[in-house]
Ligand binder design. Structure first.
Ligand code: SF4
Ligand code: SF4
Length: 380
């Protein structure tokens, strides 16, 4: 192991603990946001043709205002803050925001196109305490749709492998405007080579709806889905993306506006990047009543929605409300009549220990174990 990868491994132990605490807290209570996206700058240095989340002129949001928004999110009980854009590395005080997120006890994540990464910039993110970085790569060679290309960004990926102490995920988008769907497979293989996680998103239209995949794209999707990946990515594919890739709707309750918040550059709370304007309330006026209302509000865009971070958050609430049914849809049973037979072994054990047993000693044991686990994770 090189020195940075040793440091990364050490730091990841603490991070896994904080992530486990975040999930346990979210399972225990539904009264706080699990994830919030904030936008410190709308401007981007690229202009991908499928994107509706950038402009070429906006100035950075003043740092004091961004720090105030981060504090407001902490006061709502938010567990994780993701900084996105536009291109967030264009903000001159990004590291200060990350430091404030961490100082307030939240997980800090960043989504970037990676163009501005250098060894020094990566070191700055290490020092600030970044937990997780997602870099988006769409194709192998740049084309008129996207310049987020493996060819252009490969050096940046090598620097991340050499210097980053935070988790790195490479995300690529599969859909109609990306010329060669097989590129997603090459990107995924490169991510595995470098020891990074990787995910594949489905391209959406301006309201978050999936754009139907053609046969070639579906083939690439299935090839990627069959490669080894993190259990939570497998669960997301099984729960949502397999059906969407076939053009089929999903039945689920989107918890945007409650468990997930999108805060635009003007400081307004929206459901997500694709449903801006709803509810469109300033963050400083956003309250527990808003969180409660939006938890139950039906979003008519849900059946064909492709927004993975909101779907991940919803999966936590599905487990909280209907554990067996939810886990069975994330990991379909391998044996008929045995709903947990498709789960990875460690999750099967954890599920048996934590899910309520009917009566008697087993029920007492389950309650006792749950109490101990919550205490160990310092969940109040
Ligand atoms: S890099 Fe990201 S924010 Fe910028 S135009 Fe492309 S998709 Fe949009
Ligand atoms: S279902 Fe939710 S996350 Fe998806 S587009 Fe609609 S509001 Fe956004």
């Amino acid at each position: 192991m090189t020195k940075p990868s040793v440091k990364r491994a050490i730091r990841s132990v603490g991070r896994r603990f904080r992530e486990a605490r975040m999930i346990a807290t979210a399972l225990k209570s539904r009264e706080h946001p699990i994830l919030a996206h904030i936008v410190p700058i709308r401007r981007c240095n690229l202009s991908c043709t499928y994107c509706n989340e950038y402009d070429s002129i906006s100035k950075p949001v003043p740092t004091a205002e961004m720090l105030r928004r981060i504090e407001l999110l902490a006061a709502l009980g938010t567990a994780t803050v993701t900084i996105s854009g536009g291109e967030p590395l264009l903000h001159p005080n990004l590291d200060e925001m990350i430091r404030r997120i961490r100082a307030l006890g939240m997980l800090a994540q960043l989504i970037t196109n990676g163009y501005l990464l250098t060894p020094e910039r990566i070191e700055g993110l290490n020092q600030a305490g970044l937990d997780h970085l997602q870099i988006s790569i769409d194709n192998v060679m740049p084309d008129e749709t996207s310049k987020k290309s493996l060819r252009v960004l490969d050096k940046k990926l090598s620097w991340l492998a050499d210097y980053a102490e935070f988790d790195v995920n490479i995300n690529s988008v599969l859909g109609s405007s990306i010329r060669n769907p097989q590129d997603a497979l090459a990107i995924r293989r490169r991510a595995m080579e470098l020891g990074f996680a990787s995910t594949v998103g489905l391209i959406h239209d301006g309201s978050g709806h999936v754009r139907p995949l053609n046969e070639q794209q579906r083939f690439a999707f299935e090839a990627i889905a069959s490669l080894p990946k993190a259990f939570h990515t497998t669960a997301l594919y099984n729960r949502f993306h397999r059906r969407l890739a076939q053009g089929l709707p999903n039945q689920w309750q989107c918890r945007a506006g409650s468990r997930y918040l999108y805060i635009c550059e003007d400081g307004l709370v929206h459901y997500c990047s694709q449903q801006r304007g709803h509810p469109g309330i300033p963050l400083e006026r956003y309250s527990g009543d808003d969180l409660k209302r939006e938890y139950h509000t039906v979003k008519h865009c849900a059946p064909y929605c492709t927004i993975p971070c909101v779907q991940r958050v919803a999966m936590i609430d599905e487990v909280r409300e209907r554990p067996l049914e939810a886990l069975g849809s994330f990991f379909p049973p391998k044996v008929e009549g045995e709903p947990l037979s498709g789960l990875p072994v460690w999750l099967k054990i954890l599920t048996r220990m934590c899910l309520p047993s009917e009566t008697g000693f087993a029920a007492i044991g389950t309650r006792g174990w749950r109490k101990v686990a919550l205490r160990l994770l310092a969940v109040k």
